[in-house]
Design a protein around this ligand. Structure first.
Ligand code: FMN
Length: 171
């Protein structure tokens, strides 16, 4: 059996919550990636990494790609959380934008619907969101929307496929 660890990077708590659900169901360790070095992962044969999507980019994807290149003997599984519903090919778009052809790619990638948490967002991101929502409102010809209402659509059910895959791969 491969030893499993779940790592995450999470600004507003969604990816942390998914990581904790996954780790709980797999009875594995769960830690924030901050402060962890590749050397610290020697005993783990399967690494799951999860983070939020920010302007189309998975936070910390660069570090994971670098680690995947240095440690190809491990099984790498990546999940991203985002506010965009996972229809119309969004999962594939996020995968292809973040793991381009020729780059190191994880054994499996998952995208989980999360939501938006304005309360936990930093000041800079709140301003960015205001800017973007104003821009899209103008583009759509509506009045500028300044409402910033948090929404939580995270659901533990969404991790089922990942759990099945990881249980098989860890054998
Ligand atoms: C500045 C900013 C940009 C975002 N960009 C996207 C995006 O491009 N696509 C998306 O689906 N969600 C986007 N979101 C929503 C986040 O991906 C979502 O809330 C995510 O779960 C946050 O994860 P975290 O709290 O674990 O960091 C954005 C949120 C912020 C604050």
């Amino acid at each position: 059996m491969k030893k499993i660890i779940v790592l995450y990077r999470s600004k507003t708590g969604f990816s942390k919550r998914y990581a904790e659900w996954i780790a709980e169901d797999l009875a594995s360790e769960c830690r924030p990636i901050k402060g962890i070095k590749l050397d610290d992962l020697k005993e783990y044969g399967l690494v799951i990494y999860g983070a939020g999507v920010y302007a189309g980019m998975i936070a910390g994807a660069g570090k994971i790609k670098n680690w995947m290149e240095k440690s190809p003997e491990k099984t790498w599984v990546v999940f991203a959380t985002g506010a965009t519903p996972p229809k119309a090919g969004y999962e594939e778009l996020i995968f292809k934008t973040n793991f381009r052809k020729g780059e190191n790619r994880p054994a499996h990638f998952y995208y989980f619907l999360s939501g938006i948490n304005y309360e936990k967002m930093g000041f800079f991101n709140r301003i960015l969101m205001k800017f973007f929502s104003g821009m899209s409102a103008r583009k759509n010809g509506t009045t500028q929307s300044t409402s910033q209402i948090s929404i939580d659509l995270a659901n533990r059910e969404y991790i089922k496929d990942l759990l099945g895959y990881v249980r098989l791969k860890a054998r």
